[in-house]
Design a binder for this molecule. Structure first.
Ligand code: SAH
Length: 521
């Protein structure tokens, strides 16, 4: 590693950043800013891997995980050396640690080594897992009526140890709320110690595993019972132990694990660009989303039809947009020709639904027609009702798509030009992972937001026959965005359980929530 030094004359710096307790939304803005500029990132077992998405692809990613009991990827000395070496080579190094780096995180030890080596550093605090676990379990760690003090304690050190750093005799009754990190292994000894030193055996205790994540699991007992409760529920590290009267408030305040989709694992099959809205909305209700981008949107190879239409734009009475991608790729092509939305000045514009109408507005176009129900068929019917006989209609859309809309308009006497502006391609990769999740019965729900997500999903799963497909999806529910997608699903042998009355992402999510509220956890 010594030779790294010569590679650069810049001065490096180490940023010790708290990743927060688990939910990637709980990192600080400063932390995110630094990740986005990192050249090397050294991360821990407890730091959520999703945060690494902020780091430029060109950075070095180094896993320095230390998992209780398991194999250590690096020793503490090894990690210290790693930080020193990369910073000496002039790199911006982000050392990402779970929770807060200075709370039972050995952050100070790493900094001491940097100081010795004369390396510049900064420390960014994080939301520590103790406060997050309490909050996400519905427990305020302080409360005027119950406690005025709180102690953070490590349970890693066996209380029986001769030269213990923890004064259990003073702690037992000296602190109102006691939060114990790394306390699962020693839980029987810890609770015994607290009771022996005067804490009432009926003091409420909560144990919270993987706080603030979709797999959070909390249990409640008393000092006397919690060891058994934890054993029965098979709670393993990482978990926090919260001791004190405030635990009683969980009954009233519990909010995280009670959300309607909590504990549900939902497959979102969308294009990469469009998945975020659905995922955000499902997560809001507590779901864990597994994003499989089954379709990949690409420009078409040949824009001849669209280019011809653009040259004769004034001859079109209507231009219809039936998807967000059609809008994106239509305007992209305009841009490539040095044109803009003014080309649509003499045509009326139809949008299939609210989202497409909004996307058009962002290009300065107010749709003249949005059908009541958001389907292509409905769009055709609305247009036909307004008379299309002899009208010229341009339909920029996917290379392969349902022919219903152009056929209906053609039958009603319109001259329809279909101009492909984008195409769907099933991407490679992650097939096996999806298949495995299904085989292991770890998926609760599949979501389909268009017919092509159904067909591409089926391609990814690659079932040998109908029986195998049925077996794989035995306990899996299916939600679609609307009747056309449902039809595609049904004709492929899938059973549709959830479909909203209105065909938008919001309505789809509402329908899913309603479904699970009705069927219970
Ligand atoms: N610096 C970290 C703590 C590291 S010590 C912080 O500030 O949170 C590791 C211990 O933290 C674990 O054994 C567990 O007790 C606790 N911990 C960390 N993340 C946790 C989480 N998401 N849920 C429950 N406990 C967690």
């Amino acid at each position: 590693m010594k030779n790294l030094k010569k590679e650069s004359s810049q001065t490096g710096k180490v940023y010790l950043v708290g990743a927060g307790p688990g939910d990637p939304g709980l990192i600080t803005l400063r932390g995110k800013y630094l990740l986005e500029r990192a050249e090397v990132v050294v991360y821990d077992y407890l730091a959520n891997k999703k945060l690494l998405a902020y780091v430029p692809d060109t950075a070095d990613f180094i896993y320095a995980g230390k998992k209780g009991g398991g194999l250590h990827a690096f020793t503490q000395e090894g990690i210290n050396q790693l930080l020193v070496d990369h910073a000496s080579a002039g790199k911006k190094v982000v050392r990402l640690k779970g929770g807060d780096p200075f709370i039972f995180g050995r952050g100070a030890e790493e900094i001491e080594e940097l100081v010795k080596a004369g390396i510049d550093f900064e420390v960014v605090p994080g939301v520590t897992s103790a406060t997050a676990a309490a909050t996400y379990a519905g427990i305020p760690i302080t409360h005027r009526d119950y406690t005025a003090s709180v102690a953070f304690v490590t349970g890693h050190e066996a209380p029986g140890k001769k030269e213990s750093n923890i004064a259990w005799d003073k702690l037992a009754t000296g602190a109102g709320t006691i939060v114990i990190y790394m306390g699962i292994k020693n839980l029987p000894i810890i609770t015994r110690k607290l009771m022996d030193n005067g804490r009432a055996p009926d003091t409420p205790v909560a144990v919270v595993r993987w706080a603030s994540t979709p797999i959070q699991h909390s249990v409640v007992g008393t000092l006397e019972t919690i060891t058994e409760v934890v054993e029965q529920a098979d709670i393993r590290p990482p978990a926090l132990v919260i001791v004190g009267e405030v635990v009683k408030l969980r009954k009233t305040i519990d909010w995280f694990e009670t959300r309607p989709l909590f504990g549900k694992r939902i497959v979102v099959t969308r294009t990469r660009d469009q998945a975020s809205e659905l995922v955000a909305k499902l997560e809001e209700h507590g779901a864990e989303c597994l994003e499989y981008s089954t379709i990949h949107i690409e420009p078409v190879d040949d824009y001849q039809l669209l280019d011809q239409a653009l040259q004769a734009m004034h001859t079109y009475d209507w231009v219809l947009f039936t998807s967000l991608n059609a809008i994106t790729y239509f305007f992209k092509r305009l841009d490539e020709h040095g044109l803009d939305s003014r080309i649509l000045a003499s045509s009326a514009v139809g949008a299939v639904g609210r989202a497409t109408a909004e996307a058009l507005l962002s290009h300065g176009i107010r749709a003249d027609l949005i059908p009541e129900k958001f389907t292509g068929q409905d769009l055709a019917e609305s247009l036909i009702a307004a008379e299309v006989q002899g009208k010229n209609i341009l339909l920029p859309r996917a290379l392969r798509a349902m022919e219903t809309l152009p056929e209906m308009l053609g039958d009603a006497g319109a001259a329809v030009t279909v101009a492909p502006v984008y195409q769907n391609r099933p991407p490679a990769g992650r097939k096996e992972e999806l298949r495995l999740e299904l085989e292991q019965g770890e998926i609760d729900l599949l979501t389909f937001t268009s017919s092509s997500t159904v067909t591409n999903f089926l391609t990814m799963v690659d079932a040998a026959n109908a029986t195998e497909l049925k077996n794989l999806l035995q306990n899996v529910k299916i939600a679609t965005i609307g009747p056309i997608t449902s039809e595609t699903a049904r004709s492929s042998g899938l059973r549709v359980d959830i479909q909203p009355d209105k065909y938008t992402i919001s309505d789809m999510v509402q329908a899913i929530v309603k479904h699970y509220r009705a069927t219970g956890p």
